[in-house]
Design a protein around this ligand. Structure first.
Ligand SMILES: Nc1nc2c(ncn2[C@@H]2O[C@H](COP(=O)(O)OP(=O)(O)OP(=O)(O)O)[C@@H](O)[C@H]2O)c(=O)[nH]1
Ligand SMILES: [Mg+2]
Length: 457
């Protein structure tokens, strides 16, 4: 493999910057760029040891710093690797990087270090994804969950399920190829039971995605309501800053305002929208259309009503639209509790069971709203430090597809079809499980995943 290098620390001034190398020639590239103060070459030093010395570019010393070598396979990538720690100047770290290029390294692409770790078998794909989640994490709960998945827990569990399934598939093929010989002691009933056990294991993994998604991917959440109910005030309250314009004039928000915010353990991808009503002009009309579209595409709808006033025709129109929504979680937020509260849950019959009363202006009710969202999305049984959790749509799709193939195999067995039909379905299930951890994943998927990383990771 070629030797690649990149600055692994963020762009900007800092105490130190780290230039990272990986590939067969890492040590010889390092020897050309870094000379230990002792006069001995770096290659004479043992690995995993930080050594002090001079950093050279085109024969001139440009900085003093530290360097370390990691020998294959005991490195992040599984290859020979090295790091140079220089002072954290923007130009200086760039010059050190260029020195590594002059010494034979080539620039690393986004996520290429982790991609190499995956290719050399150091980590599964779900583990690599957990590393992205860790880097992206905006909430403590996401850090906790990603850190626990980055140790390869999900990969391990999926591998166990894969092996169990493989045993059954082998028995089925042994049975088909040599029906008269006693090669397998598994009866059709045993096979069915074994498959149902595997299906149950996959079903419990599948259930963890509700929590995994809420914590890691975030929930697509829209704030809707008629004008002036306090939608933008709610966005600001959740964010803890005056992000959206709030005025007493109905129709203040015309375009959507989008922000990501953590609500306790849940990550909300929030969208504030224009008040839904009969629009007065073309700009408003477009805003209202956008609001309705966002509502139809969201998964969590925060429907805001002014709880200090009786419902009017505009509210009733919003309620009608909420009733028409399918497969969404709706929370009715009655706002302006400081000004009185004349609405009750009966006013929202048939929309939802989730209600909360707040005063977005004063911040009252924020905790109740957050804990209601956590109650809906976070499975309290999931212990982050020990559980296997499905955290993204790609992993979830593999789990769902493998369940479907197992179901098909079981019904083939139950209906007495020839066993090769069940065998074919189970091979598809195996291939789906293989996808989950990258065993059989296509090159496109791999590129797509690692392309989301930053350069230097
Ligand atoms: N008393 C009281 N007034 C509030 C509260 N929340 C918002 N308001 C007021 O209600 C008015 C409208 O608030 P916004 O947050 O702009 O309402 P909106 O739903 O975004 O309005 P549009 O963007 O016009 O649809 C402002 O005058 C706010 O100060 C609250 O909790 N109590
Ligand atoms: Mg607004």
């Amino acid at each position: 493999m070629s030797t690649i290098s990149a600055i692994s620390t963020p762009f900007g001034k800092g105490g130190i910057a780290v230039v990272r190398l990986t590939g067969d020639d890492s040590v010889s590239v390092l020897d050309r760029v870094f000379k230990p103060a002792s006069g001995k070459p770096m290659s004479d030093y043992p690995p995993n040891t930080l050594i002090y010395g001079d950093i050279y570019k085109e024969g001139k010393i440009i900085d003093r710093g530290m360097a370390v070598i990691f020998k294959a396979p005991r490195s992040y990538t599984g290859e020979d690797s090295a790091e140079i720690h220089c002072h954290g100047g923007i130009l200086l770290s760039q010059m050190v990087l260029e020195a590594t290029f002059l010494a034979g390294a080539v620039p690393a692409g986004p996520g290429e270090f982790t991609q190499r770790a995956f290719l050399s078998g150091k980590m599964g794909l779900s583990q690599a994804e957990a590393v992205i989640d860790l880097i992206d994490a905006q909430s403590e709960s996401k850090v906790a969950l990603a850190a626990s998945q980055a140790d390869g827990r999900l990969s391990k569990r999926v591998n166990e399920i894969y092996s169990e399934l493989m045993t059954i598939v082998s028995s089925i093929y042994a049975y088909i190829d040599y029906p008269d010989e006693d090669l397998t002691d598994i009866s059709v009933d045993d096979m069915k039971n074994g498959l149902l056990g595997i299906k149950n294991a996959l079903e419990s993994l599948k259930r963890t995605y509700k929590t995994g998604r809420a914590v890691c991917e975030g929930l697509n959440t829209v704030i809707v309501g008629k004008p002036n109910t306090g939608k933008s005030s709610l966005l600001n309250m959740l964010l803890g800053e005056e992000r959206a314009i709030v005025t007493p004039i109905a129709g203040t928000t015309r375009d959507t305002v989008e922000e990501t915010v953590s609500a306790g353990k849940v990550l909300l991808r929030l969208c504030d929208t224009a008040g839904i009503h009969q629009a007065g002009d073309i700009v408003e009309e477009i805003g209202v259309k956008k609001a309705v579209e966002k509502m139809e595409n969201a998964e969590l709808v925060l429907a805001v009503f002014d709880g200090s006033n009786k419902l009017d025709d505009e509210d009733r129109d919003v309620i009608g639209q909420l009733k028409a929504l399918k497969d969404k979680t709706i929370i009715v937020v009655t706002n302006k509790s400081d000004a009185g509260s004349v609405l009750d849950t009966a006013d929202f019959d048939g929309i939802t069971d989730h209600f909360v009363s707040i005063s977005a202006r004063d911040g009252a009710g924020r905790e109740e709203l957050v804990s209601l969202i956590e109650q809906i999305y976070i499975d309290g049984e999931i212990e982050y430090s020990s559980a296997c959790v499905v955290t993204n749509a790609r992993q979830f799709a593999s789990v769902c597809n493998s369940i479907t193939h197992i179901d098909n195999a079981v019904s083939a067995l139950v209906q007495g079809f020839t066993q090769d039909i069940a065998g074919m379905e189970l091979e598809l299930a195996l291939s789906e499980l293989g996808n989950l951890d990258g065993r059989k994943v296509t090159e496109d998927v791999v590129h797509n995943i690692f392309g989301r990383f930053c350069v230097g990771k």
